[in-house]
Design a protein around this ligand. Structure first.
Ligand SMILES: C[S@@+](CC[C@H](N)C(=O)[O-])C[C@H]1O[C@@H](n2cnc3c(N)ncnc32)[C@H](O)[C@@H]1O
Length: 254
């Protein structure tokens, strides 16, 4: 995900121009190639989900990717185990991007899928991810800063670069973590990725806000809802993208 230096005004979630978020520019900058940090994240989360679901008989389950935006690999990660995947996002342009990719995808996403196919559960999906994704994905408008409707709870979930990347208000960060975890059923395996000490980020001509949270704050925020979480520090400080320290990945069970 993108970052740049900026001395622009601080923004709350409602101030940013989410409907004008440019998914093509975002993907070009972040996901046109598989960066080593994303490869590492995919490998850890794939093992986390695979180790859990491989032994289960109560499949398929429902999954949710919160703030899906212009990134398909979290949905790919849940694909072998789900007969429904909700792709929730506040942004109209990002929802349109997701619908467009599900109908007719860009080739760059194939490279992400190929990485996942090192695990048999992914490689075994007939004809690759696209027919299955068309069947199970539901793109929905939603605001993770509001409580999620509990009857709609999900049995697995991902939230990548969202809680800390939607507002300068640290309370919003904690709120997003809370609502993500509360949307999951007890015991549900989840993965959530964060930029540590993010300064905000530029997409095309627009600046988007971020909360400056540390690894300790991220871990404590998750631990309000579960003790069953492992925290991973991904990448080198300042590697590839500027404007943050490390990527923090939390993999656990609700
Ligand atoms: C930095 S992007 C991350 C996108 C993607 N998950 C990724 O891994 O690259 C933040 C995403 O959060 C979405 N978003 C912003 N505010 C939101 C809110 N209140 N509720 C849900 N999604 C929101 C944005 O539209 C955008 O898609």
């Amino acid at each position: 995900m993108p970052f740049g230096s900026s001395d622009e005004q601080a923004q709350l979630n409602g101030d940013a121009q989410w409907d004008d978020f440019d998914p093509a520019r975002y993907v070009e900058k972040n996901y046109s190639e598989v960066l080593s940090v994303d490869e590492e994240i995919m490998s850890i989360v794939r093992a986390h989900f695979s180790d859990h679901f491989r032994e289960r008989s109560d499949l398929p389950v429902h999954g949710i990717d919160v703030g899906a935006g212009a990134n398909l690999y979290p949905a790919f990660l849940m694909l072998p185990w789900c007969d429904r995947i909700t792709l929730l996002d506040r942004s109209k342009s990002n929802r349109a991007y997701l619908r467009g990719q599900i109908d007719e995808h860009d080739g760059s996403w194939e490279k992400f899928w190929q990485k996942l196919c090192q695990d048999d559960a992914y490689a075994a999906i007939p004809d690759g991810p696209w027919p299955r994704l068309r069947e199970v994905a539901q793109v929905k408008e939603g605001d993770i800063l509001r409580p999620v409707d509990l009857p709609d709870r999900w049995q697995t979930g991902t939230m990548f670069f969202v809680a800390e990347s939607i507002s300068t208000d640290t309370e919003d960060f904690h709120r997003a973590v809370q609502h993500f975890l509360e949307a999951l059923t007890p015991g549900a395996p989840f993965a959530a990725a964060f930029m540590e000490h993010s300064a905000g980020y530029q997409v095309g001509d627009l600046w988007f806000p971020a909360s400056n949270v540390s690894r300790t704050e991220i871990e404590a925020s998750i631990r309000r809802f579960t003790d069953s979480v492992q925290i991973h520090e991904i990448g080198e400080q300042g590697e590839v993208r500027t404007g943050y320290d490390y990527i923090i990945l939390g993999c656990g069970f609700r």
